[in-house]
Write a protein that binds this ligand. Structure first.
Ligand code: FES
Length: 103
């Protein structure tokens, strides 16, 4: 992450393994995912037609969109399965004491 980017506390806890949870920061919906114990943050908007990604299925480091089944990699947003063709907007997540923070 470039210097000068800010970290913001995530107002929800990490969901259980394989789970997702939506939260808002500055009016913007983000999704916190737990992929095998590793947290990933992504804008809660599918790159296909902007549906919410909440409840999508996590397989390895990929998230499957609940609407049409497209899939992308949570590590960098890269599309993995059609109909997703564009990258998802991923956000770094880090531990800060008892809380999680997103970039
Ligand atoms: Fe996500 Fe279509 S809205 S794959």
């Amino acid at each position: 992450m470039p210097d000068g980017e800010r970290w913001v506390d995530i107002p929800v806890g990490l969901p259980e393994e394989g789970g997702t949870v939506v939260f808002e920061i500055d009016g913007r919906a983000l999704l916190l995912c737990n992929a095998g114990g590793t947290p990933y943050g992504v804008t809660d908007e599918c790159p296909h037609v902007r549906a919410s990604l909440e409840g999508g299925v996590i397989r390895g480091t990929t998230l499957e969109c609940p609407l049409h089944g497209g899939r992308f990699d949570l590590r960098d947003g890269a599309p993995v399965k059609l109909p997703i063709r564009r990258a998802a907007a991923c956000h770094a997540v880090r531990r800060a004491g008892e809380r999680w923070q997103v970039a």
